[in-house]
Design a protein around this ligand. Structure first.
Ligand code: UDP
Length: 328
């Protein structure tokens, strides 16, 4: 029996594949390589294709004995989603509907879905609990929340059981140094800071310094990508055992402002990183910090790389050795 990882060549997906292989699981990957990198795959059986394409999905499910799906395939840029919401709804919602239809057809009943803290929007209180209000401030978060709602009805109607994992800010790179974060163009905070440290960019623009936070910059909860991967496998095991659909937050429970992240990166890299203030980025909530107590208690999730310094250090090791990402 194999686990199908959709979007397995992407940043979080490739760390998931690595984690599954480390745990001796049979892995099948489906990725359209629009954002993902073939080089990021440390193993598994690879299919090139898009979740919007029912034929390739049918082929994957017919040629393999799939016991469960872990779905990472989605667009995930807050800023871009504000400019082109339909792109996000079409891809993130439409493709998941297609995947669920195929799962139902092939009687595959377990899915772990990659959701996001962006489902909450501006939080009522921090740290955020799973039962708190969900009111996304951007189409990216809305598209993920929509899928969570679709999953609820699919559970009821077709008996497809799901775990939705709402991650806070995924960061860092695999401890082996073999895989890491490579987006083109890069828009995420930590890789951009590290590109400045590498001399590939002159400075980092800080989006907004007038938020209601201690230093005026946005506060986020950074969680190591390999810790996210381990949570997915635990979630899948629990899902198979209990047959109960659930939603969990995944974060470290500590918030860092953009300025603080820059300071930690300066310490880790030993480079004086130049910053410049810029207007707020549309759609960004001021503070996102997770309570992950539910995942810790129910999944036995125990993040290994839970200091920001360690997270940035693993990312730095990858970036130093892959100055151009996966391209040679
Ligand atoms: N950010 C920034 N400059 C950048 C990129 C990001 O100030 O060049 C800020 C962004 O506004 C947010 C935080 O850093 O408050 C994390 O952004 P990122 O895009 O890494 O992740 P997101 O929170 O969108 O998932």
């Amino acid at each position: 029996m194999s686990i199908l990882v959709c979007g397995g060549a992407g940043y979080i997906g490739s760390h998931m594949v690595a984690h599954l292989l480390e745990n001796n699981k049979d892995v099948v990957v489906l990725d359209n390589l629009q954002k993902g990198h073939k080089e990021a795959l440390l193993g598994g059986k690879f299919y090139l294709g898009d979740l919007n394409d029912s034929e390739i999905l049918d082929k994957v499910f017919s040629e393999n004995s799939i016991e469960a799906v872990i779905d990472f395939a989605a667009y995930s840029l807050v800023g871009e989603s504000m400019i082109d919401p339909l792109k996000y709804f079409q891809n993130n919602v439409g493709s998941t509907i297609n995947l669920l239809k195929t799962m139902n057809k092939h009687k595959v009943k377990n899915i772990v879905f990659s959701s996001t803290a962006a489902t909450y929007g501006e939080p009522e209180a921090v740290p955020i609990n799973e039962n708190d209000r969900t009111f996304p401030t951007n189409p990216y978060g809305e598209s993920k929340l929509t899928v969570e709602k679709i999953l609820k009805w699919c559970d009821l109607a077709y008996g497809i059981k799901y775990t939705a994992l709402r991650y806070f800010n995924a960061a860092g790179a695999h401890i082996s140094g073999k895989i890491g974060e490579d987006h083109n163009p890069e828009s995420h905070l930590i890789p951009i800071i590290l590109q400045v440290a590498l001399g590939k960019r002159e400075k980092i623009m800080i989006f907004g310094n007038d938020y209601p936070t201690k230093d005026g910059t946005c506060i986020r909860d950074y969680v190591h990508v390999s810790d996210l991967a381990s949570a997915h496998l635990l979630a899948l095991e629990r899902l198979k055992k209990t047959g109960k659909s659930k939603i969990y937050n995944l974060g470290n429970g500590t918030g860092f402002s953009v300025k603080e992240v820059v300071d930690v990166a300066k310490k880790v890299t030993g480079v004086d990183i130049k910053v410049e203030k810029a207007p707020r980025r549309q759609g960004d909530p001021a503070i996102l910090i997770a309570s992950s107590l539910k995942a810790m208690e129910e999944l036995n999730w125990n993040p290994k790389y839970n200091s920001l310094e360690t997270i940035i250090d693993t990312a730095w090791r990858w970036h130093k050795n892959h100055k151009n990402g996966y391209s040679k």
